[in-house]
Each structure stands twice: as C-alpha cells, then as structure tokens.
Design a protein around this ligand. Structure first.
Ligand SMILES: C[S@@+](CC[C@H](N)C(=O)[O-])C[C@H]1O[C@@H](n2cnc3c(N)ncnc32)[C@H](O)[C@@H]1O
Length: 282
C-alpha cells in the first residue's frame, strides 16, 4: 500500500538538494541545442501549494527553501533552480513549490521530451492537472517502467529516481533497476536521491556500494546533512548519487554544498560531503 504523500515534505532541505542538483544537470543538458530526454520514475504530484494543510502540518519548507528564497539574489550558482520556482509564483511571496517534473518543465525546450511515472492514483491525477500536455504521464511502477522505456529518444538526457524508501526493498530495487538501465542506456545521466537516516535504520552505505558496482564508470556522490544523526529515528540529511554526471558538476557542487550546509543548518552538526565513488579517466 502506498502511503507516502510528498506534499507533507515539499520544499524541505532534501528537496533543495535534489532540485538544485537536478537543475544544474538540466542546465548542462541545455548548453547544446540538441534535444534531450527527461524521465522521472517517481514523479509525485508535480507541484505543491505551500498553504495546503498537509504541507502546513510540519511546514518543512520553512527550514528548506524559505530562507534561501529570501536571499536568492545571493545564490547566482542556483539561478536556474530559483527561476524554476519563480515560474510557479507571481511576485515576492513563495506560494507554490515545484516538484521535480515542474523543475524539469521549466528547462525544457520544444526539441526535448519528458516522461513521468507515478504509481499512486491520487498523485498521478494531480500530476496530470499540474503538467502541460507535452509530458507523457504514465500511471505505473517506475522501477518496472524505466528499463522498458530505455533507450529514450532523444538519446541524451537525465533519469531522476526518487523513491520514498518506505519499503526497505526499495534500496535493492534501485540498484537492480540501474543495473538493467546500464545495459539498455549506458550513456544516460542518472540522478538518485536517498535519505540519511538515524544510525540504526540508515541504509545509505549499502546503496552507495551497490550503485558503485552496477556498471557505470562515473559515480559522483553529494550529501547534505542539516543536523546530528540520531540513534533510532529521523532523517538528518540526504544525498544524490549521479551516474555519468555532466562535465564539471563536481566543481559546481564543491563551493555550493558548504554554503547550503551553512544556510540550512539546524544545529552545529550540519555538514556536507562530496566524493567520486568511482571515476574512470576517459
Ligand atoms: C519522494 S516522492 C517524489 C517527489 C518528486 N520526485 C519530487 O521531487 O517532487 C515519491 C513518489 O513516488 C511514488 N511511488 C512510490 N512507489 C512508486 C513506484 N514503485 N513507482 C512509481 N511511483 C512510486 C509515491 O506515490 C510518491 O509520489
């Protein structure tokens, strides 16, 4: 049974890391006029009203996007990400936050394609309402759908994999799906989000090891922690693993991650980590 609804978490620190990295990759793809494909395996609703009662319940955006939005002119390296947010809002006030499909839509040009998968029947309905007709929306399991859609046309592009990890099998399923994806489309860029959890429940090391060994030669890992790691419960940060990252993404993230850790710190344990888990010199 699917119980996760992203509206409860929209705009939190994990969304900031995920969508900032997503935006930098999409910007890199836009450097060439040649079209690119965007595939989202776990799309969510596409966009979120921040005054919705679910989002207001914990108001996670108040310690995520909200403080950055106030001083967005001071973040030129995230201009594309902020432009995607601005496109959903009219004026100064932050009323809406884009999910990953809306972030992608902001960057896309007529020659690009977008395929969005979502399994939850209510979320997929919202996604249909929130997206333009140009996106192909599939009500299906993204782990099964991805290999079936590869290689996409155009043959360059980005896959975003952002499961809720409610099921602990999700970690293994991510790795298995990427091993299949490698066989069908080894040149694609793949960005995988994962949570950093309390010591007794964290599974990020296993995921990192599995993704380092699923075929790809270039594996970059970026993590942002906003508080101390607890023993039993809670998410203290998150990470993005990028397979086949665009040229210089590591150099863009190196100055950005410490600034984000500083700006989003919830205690003195906030930190960041950037590492090539695998880097073949080609
Ligand atoms: C973390 S949310 C996605 C957020 C979105 N990527 C964003 O950044 O705005 C995860 C979504 O995956 C959906 N989901 C869960 N299991 C799925 C599966 N096997 N295939 C496709 N979607 C799934 C959930 O319903 C939920 O909407």
């Amino acid at each position: 049974m699917l119980s996760y609804r992203h509206a409860f978490h929209a705009g939190n620190h994990a969304d900031v890391l995920k969508h900032a990295v997503q935006s930098l990759i999409l910007e890199a793809l836009c450097i060439k006029d040649k079209g690119f494909s965007y595939i989202d395996t776990h799309s969510g609703a596409g966009g979120y009203a921040l005054d919705h009662e679910w989002t207001q319940k914990k108001s996670e955006y108040l310690t995520g996007i909200a403080p950055l939005w106030q001083e967005r002119q001071k973040w030129p390296q995230l201009a594309g990400y902020f432009a995607a947010i601005e496109a959903m809002n009219s004026g100064e006030k932050l009323d809406f936050y884009p999910g990953s499909p809306k972030v992608a839509e902001y960057f896309q040009r007529p020659q690009d394609s977008s395929t969005l998968m979502e399994l939850h029947h209510n979320e997929v309905e919202l996604l249909r309402q929130n997206m333009s007709r140009n996106a192909a929306i599939h009500h299906r399991n993204g782990f099964e759908g991805l290999p079936a859609l590869l290689p996409p046309t155009p043959k360059r592009g980005l896959v975003l994999i952002d499961p809720p990890y409610e099921l602990k099998e999700d970690y293994q399923t991510v790795a298995r799906t990427l091993a299949k994806a490698y066989k069908r489309w080894p040149i694609g860029i793949y960005a995988i989000w994962y949570p950093l959890l309390a010591k007794n429940v964290d599974r990020s090391d296993g995921l990192k090891a599995a993704l380092t060994n699923c075929g790809f030669e270039q594996v970059l890992c970026a993590e942002l922690s906003v508080s101390q790691q607890a023993d039993d419960f809670g998410m203290y940060g998150s990470g993005m693993i990028v397979l086949n990252p665009p040229w210089k993404l590591d150099e863009q993230l190196k100055p950005l991650l410490p600034r984000l850790a500083n700006a989003l710190a919830q205690d003195s344990y906030a930190s960041w980590h950037l590492e090539w888990l695998k880097q073949a010199h080609i």
